[in-house]
Structure formats: structure tokens, C-alpha cells
Design a protein around this ligand. Structure first.
Ligand code: PLP
Length: 405
């Protein structure tokens, strides 16, 4: 397998991009689906933002940066425009701001404003918790949950919004975005896609699927840094009509007139609530620029090749794959069910293979195509085989759960 891995690396057209990341020695990082790696350019960019833009420019940098370049005030739109082509959207349909959770609250409100008179929000049990919690936090909403194979049956004319996560965080299963969107539109429902595990390594065509609304994560495959701002999409056809509940001053048509009356800005700018976090936004921008430079086509192809290679390498092990076998039906991850999944993940981390655990019994391994090599995959598979065969995962030290898994 190792020779095959070397041959695959030698033939990989985007292998050289690994050098653009700062990765620690001796670590095989299979958790880019949780927190992406550090692009070298982000370190430089943050130093520049701190020293020149903040230190020297001070408040002037909101309008004009020392030495030129984009100002701070337009960062949410500028970064959103760079994310847009990665998810099949137009530049003016995406904005970078807040967390996925906060954007969900805004867009659930937007969907209700586009569909007055309806109050049901349909989702699936086991969706990422924040998606469900944000539905439950809306006082005027009635939550309805349906298993994924019954989703289309559960759609009827009481449904205001269908809210689904495109790639499931735990299993990696992918919804057919176009089919579900059409089914929802057939009953007059709006659709909101959570792209947190899609944007970056998975082909997404929001406008091709006629999607209405979407949110996505900045700190996973876009490598925007811990707690990076998220992004939100509103299809152009809704720009004139939607409202959202977090009517803060940055979403005002003219924030610096300091008017007493809220008047929404045009388009996705009305999704802004408060002052953008410039340092975090700068790190996200440099992460997004790198992903855009590598290009979606190559990233998608490599993501599938990496996960298929891992599947082949572990085919003989006693592991229960819960992700779809067809790489076109899953995200950039493989998840395995094992009753001691937590201890297995800890034993792997002790060997320098960082994946993660999802309660109650899933070992989740993510394959970020921007920086992983096929030799990493072969090595990780070898470690997993050894951990299972040796039984070393049974050591006491691997049983205690940390606060963040
Ligand atoms: C599918 C999905 N949605 C939402 C989130 C949470 O995003 P945030 O922490 O930005 O609110 C995550 C985080 O892992 C996620 O996987």
C-alpha cells in the first residue's frame, strides 16, 4: 500500500499545496472537518492586520488601509464574494458574518418572512444539534422532524421551511440538494441548506439546485481558524423581500446616519448585525483565497480519491462503515461505528493520528484534500490496524472523556 500511496502522491496535481500549510511534524491530521489547518499566509496576514492596519492605521483602516488594499468595512461582502463560487452562488448572494448558529437564527426568520401564514419548520432527527436548537428557539415556529427516507412525504402545504444539513456531520451522508429543493418548492416551502461539511471539498451548486437560503462554516474546510466567521447565502430572487430578526446597525441601509428607525440595507448586507471581527475575518479571507486558488474541481477529485484509498486500506479490518460506500454520495469523511470508538480515537491521537469521536459510538476521520497526502492515508490505516490488533485502546488513559471530543 505504501508504494501505491507514493505513486498516487507523485501523480497528484495539487500535492504541492501542502507546503502552503503549517502542519506539525509527526501528526497525521484527519480532523480538517472540525478545525482546518493553518495556512502559512494567514500568519503573515494576521501580522499585517495587527501591525499595519490596526497598529498604524487605527480607526482609519475601516475606510482605507495603510498602503492600499481592501478596507475593513466591506470585508463581510468581500469575503462572501470569494466564498460564493465555491458553493455555486453569485458574488452578491453570499456574506461572511457571525457563527453558523447565529446565521441559522437569522435565516429561519428570513424564511418565515418569505412564507407568511406558515409556521412549520421541517428537519431530520439527528441533524446537527444547533440546527434543531435554533428551530426550537423561535417562539412562533412548530418543529416537525422526519427520517430522511420519509422527508418528501412529510412536506405539505403547512411547511414554511425545510432546513437540512447537506452532508451529515456524523455519518457523512449527503442529501440530493436538487431533488429535495424541488420537492419543497412543489409545496411552496423555502429551503435552507447547512453547508458546514460541504463547502470546500464537496461539489455544491446552490443556484443550479435553485436553493433559497444557505449557511456554512468558516473554520472547517475553508481553514479560517478557530471560531472563524461563517457565511450566509440568500438567492437573488429573495433580496427585495426578506427580513431577518437581528436588525442590528450594520444591517441598516446607512448605519452612519445613526437614525432612530431601522431601514434594511440592500440584499445580503441586511444579514449583518454588529461590527465584523476584523482579525477573524482576515484569517478567513486568507483561508478562502487558498481554497479558491487550488480550485474546486481538483479538491473534489482528491477528496474522493483520498477517502476511497483509506476505505481500501482498511477493508480487511473489523470495522463497521456507516458512511455511504459511493464517494459521490458522501462528504469528505469516513465514519465507523465501534462500541469503543472514543478509546480508539484517543489511542490513535496518542500515535499522532488525529481524528475525532462523535457520541455515542462513531470514529470520524476527515480527509481535507488541500493538505493531506496519500502516504498519510496509508500510514493512518496502518496505525488503525495496529491499534485494533494490539488492543492498546483498552488502556485506562484512553477511557476518560475530555470536554471537547
Ligand atoms: C452541520 C453543522 N452546523 C453547524 C455547526 C455549528 O457552527 P457554529 O459553531 O459556527 O455555530 C457545526 C459545527 O460543527 C456543524 O457541523
Amino acid at each position: 500500500m505504501m508504494q501505491r500511496a507514493r505513486d498516487l502522491d507523485a501523480a497528484d496535481p495539487i500535492a504541492h499545496f501542502r507546503d502552503r500549510f503549517d502542519l506539525p511534524e509527526g501528526v497525521i491530521y484527519l480532523d480538517g472537518n472540525s478545525l482546518g489547518a493553518l495556512p502559512k499566509a494567514s500568519r503573515e496576514r494576521l501580522h499585517k492586520v495587527i501591525d499595519a492596519e490596526w497598529g498604524e492605521g487605527l480607526i482609519r483602516s475601516w475606510n482605507e488601509l495603510p498602503g492600499g488594499g481592501g478596507d475593513w468595512i466591506a470585508m463581510p461582502q468581500r469575503v462572501g464574494a470569494k466564498i460564493a463560487p465555491l458553493v455555486g452562488a453569485q458574488a452578491h448572494e453570499v456574506i461572511a458574518c457571525d457563527s453558523v448558529s447565529v446565521n441559522l437564527a437569522k435565516l429561519i426568520g428570513a424564511a418565515l418572512s418569505l412564507n407568511p401564514g406558515r409556521k412549520v419548520v421541517l428537519s431530520e432527527p439527528g441533524n446537527f444539534p444547533t440546527d434543531l436548537y435554533m428551530i426550537q428557539g423561535q417562539p412562533q415556529v412548530e418543529q416537525r422532524l422526519a427520517e430522511r427516507d420519509k422527508m418528501i412525504e412529510a412536506l405539505d402545504e403547512s411547511v414554511a421551511l425545510l432546513l437540512l444539513t447537506h452532508v451529515h456531520y456524523k455519518t457523512g451522508e449527503m442529501f440530493d440538494m436538487e431533488r429535495l429543493t424541488k420537492a419543497a418548492h412543489d409545496v411552496g416551502a423555502i429551503v435552507l441548506w447547512d453547508l458546514s461539511h460541504s463547502g470546500g471539498p464537496v461539489p455544491v451548486d446552490l443556484n443550479g439546485a435553485n436553493a433559497d437560503l444557505a449557511v456554512g462554516c468558516g473554520y472547517k474546510y475553508l481553514n479560517g481558524g478557530p471560531g472563524a466567521p461563517a457565511y450566509a447565502f440568500v438567492a437573488e430572487r429573495h433580496h427585495g423581500d426578506f427580513t431577518q430578526p437581528l436588525t442590528g446597525w450594520f444591517g441598516h441601509a446607512q448605519p452612519f446616519t445613526f437614525s432612530d428607525e431601522y431601514e434594511p440595507a440592500e440584499g445580503v448586507k441586511r444579514l449583518l448585525a454588529g461590527t465584523p471581527p476584523v482579525l477573524a475575518m482576515a484569517a478567513l479571507e486568507s483561508g478562502v483565497e487558498l481554497i479558491a486558488e487550488i480550485g474546486m474541481e481538483a479538491l473534489v477529485a482528491k477528496s474522493r480519491a483520498l477517502s476511497e484509498f483509506f476505505r481500501e486500506c482498511v477493508a480487511d479490518l473489523d470495522l463497521d462503515l456507516v458512511s455511504p460506500r459511493d464517494p459521490a454520495q458522501r462528504g469528505s469523511q469516513l465514519s465507523f461505528r465501534h462500541e469503543n470508538a472514543y478509546a480508539l480515537s484517543q489511542a490513535l491521537i496518542a500515535r499522532g493520528v488525529i481524528g475525532d469521536f462523535r457520541d455515542p459510538d462513531i470514529l470520524r476521520l476527515g480527509f481535507a484534500p488541500a493538505y493531506l497526502r496519500f502516504v498519510d492515508i496509508a500510514e493512518a490505516a496502518r496505525h488503525l490496524a495496529q491499534v485494533l490488533e494490539s488492543g492498546e485502546w483498552q488502556r485506562d488513559e484512553f477511557a476518560t472523556r475530555a470536554a471537547v471530543t
